[in-house]
Design a protein around this ligand. Structure first.
Ligand code: ZN
Ligand code: ZN
Length: 355
């Protein structure tokens, strides 16, 4: 499979992608991703930056370099916006706020449960990785966090390799210190003055509960975060505050697709694109295909636990807790739609009957 645009390594050039909006690519090395787009919105006072990347010195160096290329320094940043509570989006925020005194804007539902539970992209999209990425991927992210060490659908959590466990232990220790203080919580419909014009907060739960996009009706620009990406689909976890995370995500896709006059979409990973409605529909279609595949699998397999569905839906190299979590989200969506039945065995294992 060819490399997707979201996997391209970060380039150092800074490009004005919309009036007063600069795209700065910061390096990240996460399964399925090679960079995060940090956007700088320029005004008379300096700049607001959206999604300033992972914590750590390499991001900070790249961030300073990109600002310098735009004739700016960290002290010029008066606002940091965080589209959602994933470390590749909020990680740089604390340091910037410390250096410049910038206010930090996030949705009021912003929360960061440790350890970081989910990968950024759909487990299926991980299949598009290069060999080097594949190596990283073998050190899969840790399984979803469940209090008693079991998943909500029953069955033990598989243990990730020791190196991953070490890394996440370290992250957990450092984690609390890296989560920025949100000085300016926002909610759906709020208006922010950025790049000398007004932007609307569009709450788009799904990928995370606190995800928001920013829409400027004047120039037709939408900052879409991870909600709508150009060629991959974001991870939708089965472990969520929503009973039906997939339905929540669909609702949020419709919410942005309905907005008229969007001419330019600026995603957090990958290149800018134009047709928001078409891309939102393609993402929905992808999930509907997965749902139909599960229904036909259900006919073949008969009553089965989540793991059995997951191991038929995904290639063996993607098996594991994350694949199970995505499968669980899809199975629950079918159940709530009345297309699947669920029995819970005495040991907690969920058994689904479909078709
Ligand atoms: Zn994300
Ligand atoms: Zn992301």
């Amino acid at each position: 499979m060819p490399r997707r645009q979201e996997q391209e390594p970060a380039r150092s050039e800074v490009v004005e992608v919309a009036p007063g909006v600069l795209r700065m690519e910061l390096p990240i090395a996460l399964p399925g991703l090679g960079h995060v787009n940090c956007y700088a919105l320029i005004d008379r006072r300096g700049a607001a930056v959206v999604d300033p990347g992972l914590p750590g010195p390499s991001t900070w160096r790249a961030f300073q370099d990109r600002l310098r290329r735009a004739g700016l320094a960290p002290k010029d940043v008066h606002t940091v916006l965080v589209t959602h509570s994933h470390p590749d989006h909020f990680g740089g925020a604390g340091r910037i706020a410390k250096e410049s005194g910038a206010r930090v804007v996030a949705h009021r539902a912003f929360t960061f449960g440790l350890p970081v539970p989910a990968p950024e992209v759909s487990v299926e999209d991980l299949a598009a990785d290069s060999d080097a990425d594949r190596e990283r991927e073998r050190e899969a992210p840790p399984p979803p966090r469940v209090a008693d060490g079991r998943t909500p659908w029953g069955g033990e959590r598989p243990r990730p390799p020791w190196l991953t466990r070490m890394k996440w232990m370290l992250m957990r220790r450092l984690g609390a210190a890296l989560v920025p203080t949100i000085t300016h919580p926002v909610e759906h419909g709020d208006v922010l003055e950025l790049a000398e014009r007004e932007w609307f907060v569009v709450h788009t739960p799904g990928h995370t509960g606190d995800h928001f996009c920013l829409h400027d009706p004047e120039s037709g620009v939408m900052l879409s975060g991870d909600h709508v990406l150009p060629s991959i689909t974001p991870h939708i976890s089965g472990i969520s505050s929503s009973k039906d995370p997939l339905a929540t995500f669909f609702y949020s896709l419709d919410r942005v697709a309905e907005i008229r006059g969007v001419k330019q979409v600026l995603p957090a990973h990958g290149h800018p694109f134009e047709d928001l409605r078409k891309r939102a529909e393609a993402i929905k279609r992808h999930h509907h295909e997965r749902l139909e595949k599960l229904v036909s699998l259900g006919r073949e397999l008969g009553p089965s636990p989540v793991r059995a569905f997951s191991e038929h839906l995904f290639a063996p190299r993607n098996w594991g807790a994350m694949a199970d979590s995505e499968t669980y989200a899809h199975l629950e969506h079918l159940r709530i739609a009345g297309r699947a039945e669920r029995q819970i065995a005495r040991d907690g294992t969920h058994v689904y009957t479909l078709g």
